[in-house]
Write a protein that binds this ligand. Sequence first.
Ligand code: PHE
Ligand code: FE
Length: 271
Amino acid sequence: MTEIQPDFTIEQDLQGYSEEEHAVWRSLFERQQRLLAERACGEYLEGLGALGVAAGGIPDFRRLSDVLDDATGWRIVAVPGLVPDDVFFTHLAHRRFPSTCFIRRRDQLDYLQEPDVFHDICGHVPLLMNPVFADYMQAYGEGGLKADSLGHLQRLARLYWYTVEFGLIATEEGLRIYGSGILSSAAESVYCLADPKPRRIRFDLWRVMRTRYRIDDLQQTYFVIDSFQQLFDATAPDFTPIYREVAALAELDPDLLLKEDQEFAAPTRQP
Ligand code: PHE
Ligand code: FE
């Protein structure tokens, strides 16, 4: 690994990947391509196409960054793994997306708890090609620094979890995926749309900020937005008073349904 900089960035050692590591990428990529064609939202598929994220192997961050930069002014920076919250937020606030470099082993194709390069690049980066989503991510970074100083990071983290990582979007063709945690998981891409078990609830900022989440299993609740513009507008107000209001309300378990929740009809498509 190259030297770690004060902002936790490193150099992506593209030459250092083995043939097996590129082959793992290809396996993951091909499987998700098949699954996502009819499950991911149009904005994601467009971004993926325009980026030309190579099916051939682990891509060069610099080349992807040049395409991304032209589209929305974002760049990818390489990091060794999860970075401290304030470092993460500062990168986002400057339109830099921190991506890990390592790739999972072949026996971890189906599940990995921590983010790897496939999750970060194939899951997160395509949507950064979308101007509205790109602005949302920058605003989130700025909001993170503020939440940290106000002591409300946990509530803001729930918003990230239930949108950026595990969000669904309603389209004319039905529900579609935009959350990167789903997009990079074969099992969850099928489960989140087709399984009768999880709840699919219309997005509500307060509701999301009150809801705990599990990091070690498929989600029990998904929140559904109508559009990225709706998400951006709903999160644009100053959160300072909202954090106080939310803090006065009970926290909710991830499988709970409130009577005011607007639930989407159970899926009819077969898993
Ligand atoms: N509006 C939020 C605030 O004032 C910032 C934010 C924007 C947070 C978008 C998340 C997403 O803190
Ligand atoms: Fe992620």
